[in-house]
Design a protein around this ligand. Structure first.
Ligand code: ATP
Length: 298
């Protein structure tokens, strides 16, 4: 089933933090949601899963409204970043009690899988939520997300507290589970580069607006850094979207994109410039970095 968010806006005390977001989450894909601090990622994810009402706009799953519709909510899991204050309001629960509540809440809960994940992460389920380290809190949110077996599973910064070994383990588990079940995942993260290979599609949210949603491979293939003498770079980049510019002496680097399927070489023919591909992280910085610092956005 497709999760659809149409013209969703959200205001807090007159301040618009989501602005007319229209987005379609296709079934059976892994989406990465990226955006700077305060871009509205958590707000969007909580609205998609009806944990937070939109100020305007609609969210539907398979054509049915999600808000206050338990039948539709049964297909969704939003495993939020856990902190001792928001663990269902009670940090005094032990991990095993918290997982028992999750098991009761999610209709497709897979107990055996949850136990396997507890073992893999080496999590002590007798510990109280309030006593967990940041990484252990992340592990609990990951276990809830994966073991929920929900058709659409959303993880908000799941790797924030994890060390590199646990992060790699998480991405491996995610891909394993995805390959086996074909569930839909939406994962928000600030650690872009190490997740870039995992995301099939990328959603970029910037200052409350949807900047783009695109296949990761296609997206990365159309962003370039064009460097050289300023006049050469300007001539080479004519007609391209220039997202950001770095200047050094008489030289400059322009961070540009072509249309999907466009050929960068055609645009630079006859100009003495170097072209280099951009990683997902670099193109994100070019798109959402500080545009006042020498940047030019068309
Ligand atoms: N309950 C709330 N009341 C008032 N403002 C809020 C509330 N929740 C979020 N905001 C504001 O909405 C904006 C978007 O916040 P949100 O948490 O969705 O961003 P985010 O992209 O998830 O950020 P981060 O990457 O820093 O976690 C911010 O300006 C934040 O201060």
């Amino acid at each position: 089933m497709t999760l659809r968010c149409e013209h969703v806006s959200k205001e807090y005390g007159g301040k618009r933090v989501l602005d007319d977001v229209t987005l379609e989450i296709e079934p059976g894909r892994i989406y990465g949601l990226i955006g700077r601090n305060g871009a509205g990622k958590t707000t969007l994810l909580s609205i998609l899963t009806a944990q937070n009402p939109a100020s305007s706009g609609t969210v539907t799953l398979g054509g049915q409204q999600v808000w206050e519709n338990q039948k539709m909510l049964d297909h969704l899991c939003f495993s939020r970043e856990l902190n001792p204050q928001n663990a269902f309001g009670n940090a005094s629960y032990k991990v095993k009690e918290y997982l028992r509540m999750a098991a009761a809440y999610y209709p497709n809960w897979d107990k055996a899988y949850a136990e396997r994940l507890i073992g893999l992460f080496g999590l002590d389920v007798k510990k109280r939520i309030a006593k967990l380290s940041k990484g252990m809190l992340s592990m609990v949110t990951i276990i809830v997300a994966l073991a929920s077996r929900a058709d659409i599973t959303i993880l908000d910064e799941p790797v924030a507290g994890l060390d590199i070994v646990s992060r790699e383990r998480f991405y491996q588990l995610l891909i394993e589970d995805y390959t086996e079940t074909g569930r839909t995942f939406i994962v928000s993260t600030h650690i872009i580069e190490e997740a870039a290979n995992v995301f099939e599609k990328v959603i970029i949210l910037h200052e409350g607006r949807l900047k783009l949603v695109e296949d990761t491979v296609g997206l990365v293939a159309r962003f370039w850094a064009v460097s050289g003498r300023e006049d050469e770079v300007d001539a080479a980049c004519a007609g391209l979207d220039v997202h950001h510019v770095d200047r050094m002496g008489r030289g400059k680097t322009a961070y540009v994109s072509t249309e999907p399927g466009g050929d960068i070489r055609r645009c630079t023919d006859g100009h003495a410039v170097d072209i280099a591909p951009l990683s997902l992280q670099k193109l994100f910085v070019a798109l959402c970095g500080d545009e006042t610092a020498e940047g030019e956005t068309k």
